[in-house]
Design a protein around this ligand. Structure first.
Ligand code: AMP
Ligand code: GLY
Length: 422
């Protein structure tokens, strides 16, 4: 098969690395890719949101399968655009992608499917929203409805903060169209976990649980990022709970979409919070998480291309998913300043040394080759990922590998996975 992977982060490098191991893979293209994907296949300079460009590329390169990494192309209708050319795409169509593209849509689908989630209200009018938050207890969670690159969620601790957020979103429109509508919901308390599944429109194959570390600082402090590290399995969601949790948060959503004749083919990601009253869905994503993808694919034994093909052909129910018993950890090495301003172009050293441990793989995120030299090219630069007999062993291996890598301004959290040990 000739495969085109869309995207340029650590997730896409992990996808390319795993797909390349499949005997079914003939040639892999990545658009636009990064320094790591360049070694797994051929990078092509087409951006992930350039739908006509991606369709043209898929046609020209005689692609048999497109795998979408990020959500944006899916929300923009990549799957339908490729369908017109009879090119299958692993990732839902634009309607189902609203599960991530619109928080109000996700909330109403959850209500229809009776999925447990935080109580909420939707507002478009500033004065009405203001009247509502004046009467509420705090903390209160305010979310921009649309895609806001992980910056659209604020947990407001008091009325004044809530007012400022609402003014930013509804009046000053700092998030553009994404913030023209807001979802205001009750703040929940508990441990978070990510729960992902391969879906064929009807059936699904569960991946093991994982946990992201969204804040930039150790002990979950400072601003939110795309994710500073992840590990699997998550202690709050052990294997014996997978099935019942999936029946609560994954199966009903897939059924609801199937009934609407908008079957979900792709990876569904439920962001969960385990409250005292049980699991609650914080959000859905319509793709692999980044960085969750990296530790999850390290644990996956099955052929990824075979699984994806089974999903596209509607036979996931007849396929199994082999998962290694080991735990895995991914530590993100970032450029100092991320998630705000950071420098690019610094030389990266030590990846080969780090990968001398056969249970370690270094996935590239923000990297590129300049004159044959690997340099930093983004906020999240690398995702050092390790397997281990247990979580402690995986953490130890991972940080030993991290110690061998260096670039100017390298920053990382030293506590990735620690929460899973207690
Ligand atoms: P989301 O993009 O909806 O997952 O929100 C990003 C982060 O905000 C989550 O990972 C949580 O840490 C936090 N969050 C979202 N919704 C809530 C909520 N209802 N209560 C408490 N924290 C929340
Ligand atoms: N790691 C969180 C996400 O991919 O949305």
């Amino acid at each position: 098969m000739r495969v085109l992977i869309v995207g340029s982060g650590g997730r896409e490098h992990a996808l390319a690395w795993k797909i390349r191991q499949s005997p079914m893979a003939e040639k892999i293209f990545i658009a636009p890719g990064n320094g790591g994907t360049a070694r797994e296949g051929e990078n092509v300079p087409v951006e992930a949101d350039d739908i006509p460009g991606l369709v043209r590329l898929a046609r020209e390169k005689k692609i048999d399968l497109v795998v979408a990494g990020p959500e944006l192309p899916l929300v923009l209708g990549l799957t339908e655009a490729l369908e017109k050319e009879k090119i299958p795409c692993f990732g839902p169509g634009a309607f189902a992608a609203q599960l991530e593209g619109s928080k109000a849509f996700a909330k109403s689908l959850m209500a229809e499917a009776e999925v447990p989630t935080a109580a909420h209200k939707v507002f478009e009018d500033y004065d009405q929203a203001l009247g509502y938050v004046r009467s509420r207890e705090y903390p209160l969670v305010i979310k921009a409805d649309g895609l806001a690159a992980g910056k659209g969620v604020v947990v407001a601790s008091g009325f004044e903060e809530a007012r400022e957020v609402l003014e930013d979103m509804l009046v000053r429109e700092v998030f553009g169209k994404a913030g023209e509508r807001v979802v205001i919901e009750e703040a929940l308390e508990g441990e978070e976990a990510s729960f992902l599944a391969f879906c064929d429109g009807h059936d699904f194959l569960l991946l093991p649980s994982s946990q992201d570390h969204k804040r930039i600082g150790e002990n979950d402090t400072g601003p939110n990022t795309g994710g500073m590290g992840a590990y699997s399995p998550a202690q709050v969601l052990p294997p014996e709970k997978y099935q019942e949790t999936a029946d609560l948060v994954i199966r009903p959503i897939l059924q609801q979409l199937e009934q609407a004749e908008q079957p979900f083919r792709g990876v569904i990601y439920a962001g969960l919070m385990f409250t005292r009253e049980g699991p609650r869905v914080l959000e859905y994503n319509v793709r692999f998480g980044d960085p969750e993808c990296q530790p999850l694919l390290m644990r996956m034994q099955s052929d990824l291309l075979e699984v994806i093909t089974a999903c596209i052909e509607g036979r996931a129910g007849k396929t199994g998913l082999q998962i290694r018993p080991e735990a895995s950890v991914c530590v993100v090495l970032a450029a100092t300043g991320y998630p705000r301003k950071y420098a690019k172009g610094h030389r990266i050293e030590g990846i080969e040394e780090a990968e001398r441990d056969p249970l370690v793989k270094v996935f590239h995120a923000g990297t590129t080759y300049t004159d044959g030299i690997l340099v930093t090219n983004g906020g999240r630069v690398l995702g050092v990922t390790a397997l281990g007999e247990n979580l402690q062993d995986a953490i130890d291996r991972c940080y030993r590998a991290v110690d061998r890598i260096s670039f100017e301004g390298m920053y990382y959290r030293r506590d990735i996975g620690r929460k899973g040990l207690s």
